[in-house]
Design a protein around this ligand. Structure first.
Ligand code: PLP
Length: 400
């Protein structure tokens, strides 16, 4: 009998981390590498937030806290939900965890029994299916297509739901596609859920503040208030405030669910870092103007990348509504051979050859459940993006 848990056999390590690691190794070996695989903003955490953390240390706020967050942060989160989303939560309906990732994981651990199904629209954030598996559930992948802008249709959702479905995991704007659901598109999905009262919705709103042009973000409980009692609204400070290393995520939802998540957390990590929690209070309560500045910056980069990728032979790159990713299709490149002789059998072969032959690290589509595509994170400088897209154009032009 294996010493390791059988559950782990069903779970794969994060492919995005694997790609970043491979790129870092090549860089350390002296290669000229541009990594477009990491999912984090390239700007620094704003100074007022850092100052709040330093002040928290100086004031001795360095001890254990309540398992799911200090009262000041829970109140700041309630205020944020009201201000930005028109959602009314009380502090007993709020959970703070070590990143949005832990919040999602706690919710799945707190609710899934063997045989329970979780509907996950593909392309999906790499961690959803594996978190469901770790929690003992069964991921049910509902594949969206490039024709619908990578968005799930109501019919697809209807078809994916069974008596065993416990959750729909919903993510808009999406990692990896940047696709955002409009109010009407989301309403059409919530209409389906209204017909299935046993299904709850876990809404991952992590990229809420990174939306472009005239796209307006909306969240399920806001669009369909009758779903409020079976919605977990998840968010965090990582992406909006460039605080990926601080590890603070949070959720609002029904108090019994929040209580169950607290139980999971109290027996695992105890509480999120006290200093990071004080920093997050400042992030949510302090000035918000840099959110607009960052939006403008990311929108400019999106336009740069989409424009250049659509000029690459065999690449088709839709224009995303938000986040900082693009998810181009490389259907026309499959079956070709690279200038250095690599057969492009699938998107993993494309990404591997691209890295080895041109030094550009991207993540292949199979990791996100929809092929043949790749994901670029454009959270890096204009110069690096221009250089990277030029190398991708050259690589694609060399495919025969
Ligand atoms: C869609 C999505 N949800 C959740 C997370 C987790 O964010 P964190 O744990 O840093 O708060 C990420 C991070 O990449 C993400 O892309």
């Amino acid at each position: 009998m294996s010493f390791l848990s059988a559950t782990l056999d069903r779970v794969k390590p994060s492919p995005t981390i694997a790609m970043s690691t491979k790129a870092a190794e090549l860089k350390a070996a002296g290669r000229d590498i541009i990594s477009l695989s990491a999912g984090e903003p390239d700007f620094d955490t704003p100074q007022n937030i850092k100052d709040a953390a330093v002040a928290a240390i100086a004031a001795g706020k360095t001890k254990y806290t309540a398992p799911d967050g200090i009262p000041e942060l829970k109140q700041a989160i309630c205020d944020k939900f009201q201000r930005d989303n028109g959602l009314t939560y009380t502090p007993s309906q709020i959970s703070v965890g070590t990143g949005g990732k832990q919040i999602l994981y706690n919710a799945l651990m707190a609710t899934l029994n063997e045989g329970d199904e979780v509907v996950i629209p593909a392309p999906y954030w790499v961690s959803y299916p594996d978190m469901v598996l770790l929690a003992g559930g069964t991921p049910v992948i509902a594949e969206a297509s490039i024709q619908t802008g990578f968005k799930l249709t109501p019919d697809q959702l209807e078809a994916a739901i069974t008596d065993k479905t416990k959750w729909l995991i919903f993510n808009s704007p999406s990692n990896p596609t940047g696709a955002g659901y409009t109010w009407d598109e989301l309403k059409a999905l919530t209409d389906v859920l209204m017909r299935h009262p046993h299904v709850w919705i876990m809404s991952d709103d992590m990229y809420e503040h990174l939306v472009f042009d005239d796209f307006e973000f909306c969240s399920p409980a806001q669009v369909e208030p009758r779903l409020y009692d079976r919605t977990l609204t998840v968010n965090g400070v990582s992406k909006a405030y460039s605080m990926t290393g601080w590890r603070i995520g949070y959720a609002g939802g029904p108090a019994p669910l929040i209580g169950a998540m607290r139980k999971v957390q109290s027996q695992s990590t105890s509480n999120p870092c006290s200093i990071s929690q004080w920093a997050a209070v400042e992030a949510l309560n302090g000035p918000q103007d840099y959110l607009e500045d960052n939006k403008a910056l990311f929108q400019r980069r999106r336009d740069l990348v989409v424009g250049m990728l659509n000029e690459a032979s065999g690449v088709r790159c839709p224009t995303p509504d938000g986040a900082f990713y693009v998810y181009p299709s490389i259907a026309e490149c499959i079956g070709k051979t690279s200038a250095k002789g690599t057969k492009i059998t699938d998107d993993e072969a494309f990404a591997t050859a691209l890295l080895e032959e041109t030094g550009i690290a991207v993540v292949f589509g199979a990791a996100f459940g929809l092929s043949p595509n790749f994901r670029i994170s454009y959270a890096t400088s204009d110069e690096a993006l221009t250089d990277a897209c030029t190398r991708i154009q050259t690589f694609c032009a060399g495919l025969t």
